[in-house]
Design a protein around this ligand. Structure first.
Ligand code: NI
Length: 389
């Protein structure tokens, strides 16, 4: 039996079901931690398949198990949440929830994982192990649904030996697959800084402590951490994305708030950079007599793909869609909570091309649905290959 061909035939057979689910989810998007209807829909769909278990996990996640053997278990993961963006695609199945849109392709990820469950359910008895299907909430919001699911034991009972996840990427031909061994995505933390000065008349600055001037110096000085304190071979991004302070042209305010994000590709640099940020704010505020508060909202760790399993997945993709449809994925300073699973279990996070469209997180993204049956089929084939080889 040629399993490659068999899975391709099944993927073709189910492509209508996969697209239908993607469109239903696309039309009814829900933001992070609010995926009540989406998870109910996925739960009901999975309950109709020949799975051994379908369970709810945390408020809005679903986890299902195919087979319950004492051999290996492979985890396959999708994310369920949409973004607070108002859709502007004009599609017949565009979002019915104003201000909420599946603009990051999580509708496609969910539909493809469902497709993999449809395919693998038919191959149940021939599979030499277990498959855990993980539909997680809240990829887009700290602390990340993945971190909650890991704490709730999603990787145990049975123990997941390897995990795979995929993410759409625009401007790559639909259905092509991209891989990257090692550190592929950055760690991410949110920064919240308040600078306290002494308010007063704008014409009498000498009687005040001006938090606007101090904040300006802090913003510029933070960039010297990148350019002067960090090796040019070790990327770090510090972005202040928001400044709030002041109420009139002639008043020096009492305080200024800054918020932003930092990205690094390793834990050591992450910790060091956070310390340097604190030191920089401390030095500048103390020079002007201002005070400060610096709070960090910890985000996701850097995403590290296991080199061996990435090679394995790359070779499996070449078998499934041919070498010319497999590309080397780019390393990004974006973050992804799949990193939490990879801290516990080896695996790889890979890209699936969805054709030319605007970028993810834009209101006009319109992905090429012909990628979906390939994405579902490949996930199934990857799980098969991992368990049966
Ligand atoms: Ni995403």
């Amino acid at each position: 039996m040629d399993i490659n061909k068999k899975i391709k035939d099944l993927a073709r057979k189910y492509s209508g079901n996969i697209i239908e689910l993607r469109r239903t989810i696309h039309q009814n998007p829900e933001v992070a931690f609010k995926e009540y209807e989406t998870s109910k829909l996925v739960y009901n769909k999975l309950s109709k398949l020949k799975l051994n278990r379908v369970d709810k996990i945390t408020e809005t996640g679903v986890v299902a198990l195919l087979n319950d053997k004492s051999t290996k278990c492979v985890g396959l993961r999708a994310d369920l949440d949409a973004l607070p963006i108002h859709e502007n695609t004009g599609l017949p199945f565009a979002s019915k929830n104003p201000g909420v849109m599946h603009a990051c392709g999580h509708d496609a990820h969910t539909a493809m994982l469902y497709g993999a469950a449809l395919i693998l359910s038919e191959l149940k008895d021939e599979l030499n192990g277990n498959v855990k299907f993980i539909f997680q909430p809240a990829e887009e919001k700290n602390p990340g649904g993945a971190s909650i699911l890991v704490k709730e034991g999603v990787l145990n009972n049975p123990r997941v030996n390897a995990i795979f996840g995929q993410h759409v990427i625009v401007d790559k031909p639909a259905g092509t697959l991209g891989f990257y061994p090692g550190v592929m995505m950055a760690s991410q933390d949110e920064l919240y800084i308040t600078i306290y000065g002494k308010t007063g008349h704008g014409a009498k600055p000498h009687l005040t402590i001006d938090p606007i001037v101090a904040a300006s110096q802090v913003i510029l000085a933070l960039q010297t951490i990148v350019s002067r304190n960090t090796s040019p071979y070790d990327p770090v991004v510090i972005t202040i994305g928001k400044i709030e302070g002041g109420s009139a042209t002639n008043i020096i305010p009492a305080e200024v708030k800054l918020s932003g994000t930092i990205r690094t590709l390793n834990e050591k640099l992450r910790k060091k950079t956070l310390k340097q940020i604190d030191r920089t704010i401390k030095g500048i505020t103390s020079a002007s007599g201002a005070k400060y508060k610096f709070e960090i909202s910890p985000g996701y760790p850097e995403l590290i793909n296991d080199e061996q399993l990435t090679d394995f997945a790359t070779e499996t993709a070449k078998e499934f869609i041919g070498s010319r449809n497999v590309f080397e994925a780019e390393r990004l300073m974006g973050a992804e909570d799949f990193a939490f699973y990879l801290k516990k279990v080896p695996g790889t996070f890979y890209r699936i091309g969805v054709g030319n469209t605007t970028d993810i997180h834009t209101p006009t993204i319109n992905l090429d649905e012909s990628a979906l049956s390939t994405g579902a089929g490949f996930m199934a084939y990857l799980a098969w290959n991992y368990l049966n080889s």
